[in-house]
Design a protein around this ligand. Sequence first.
Ligand SMILES: [Zn+2]
Length: 285
Amino acid sequence: MDLWPENYETSWTLSKPVERQGVGLHSGKEALVRLAPSEEAGFYLSWLDSRDSPVKLDPKYARDSQLCTTLEVGSRRLATVEHLFAAIAGCGISHIHIQVSGEEVPLLDGSSIGWVEAIREAGLVPSSTPRSKPLRLVSPLVYYRGNSVITATPSEDFNLVGLIDFPQKAIGKQIMSITINPETFVREIAPARTFGFREQIEQLKESGLIQGGTLDNALVCDGDQWLNPPLRFPDEPIRHKLLDLMGDLALVGFPKAQILVYRGSHGLHTGLAKELFKACSKNFS
Ligand SMILES: [Zn+2]
């Protein structure tokens, strides 16, 4: 491999452990995440303060909480996993042990690039056991909530098409269509930061959310302008939406499908992930 695997078909793990720590977006609390090599296919999670054996993650642990995706494993929760999971799966890692101290994954700069850098620092090595087979859809799936919709149709590649339409002029209508592989993910999607709206900040803070949000880890939109430019891409918001979608699909594995999402949200993504998991586990047997 040059720097990243060519596709999502071969098995890769880290060559050594790597750690990052920082503040969670919603809790504002410090946490530490240690990413370690694993010989077992899948994503395993354990807590650094516990001797319990690691749990193999699948979509049934994902909860769509307000503004982020939270894992609920036994009596413990881990919030805001999506940017970390997008980085792990997006870079092509199929085998990993995630060890955590804290309740919310550090936000870093609001994108996945800090996690991609951590993975690059550790390096990838082929793993000795095969990854789970990519999900193959046999017929289209549709999942909707209100006027938001997400569809998955069979395809030879993993294609994403995202559309957003915001009344704020700084964002407006954005559309992006991309074939995802580790290289396109790292270049086109991973650097895109999370975004929010100036008029919602106070209310979210008062309700106990975004306690760790600052102008350094989230783009803030104020009608027809951004409070903290420059953007990394003119269409950074739709790229970040696709990043969130990848994070929410990471636990089912990226399907051989074209996924089209209109006005996506974590609830919509995790809903589709569960439908995909159900549809495709039927095909496995
Ligand atoms: Zn996000």
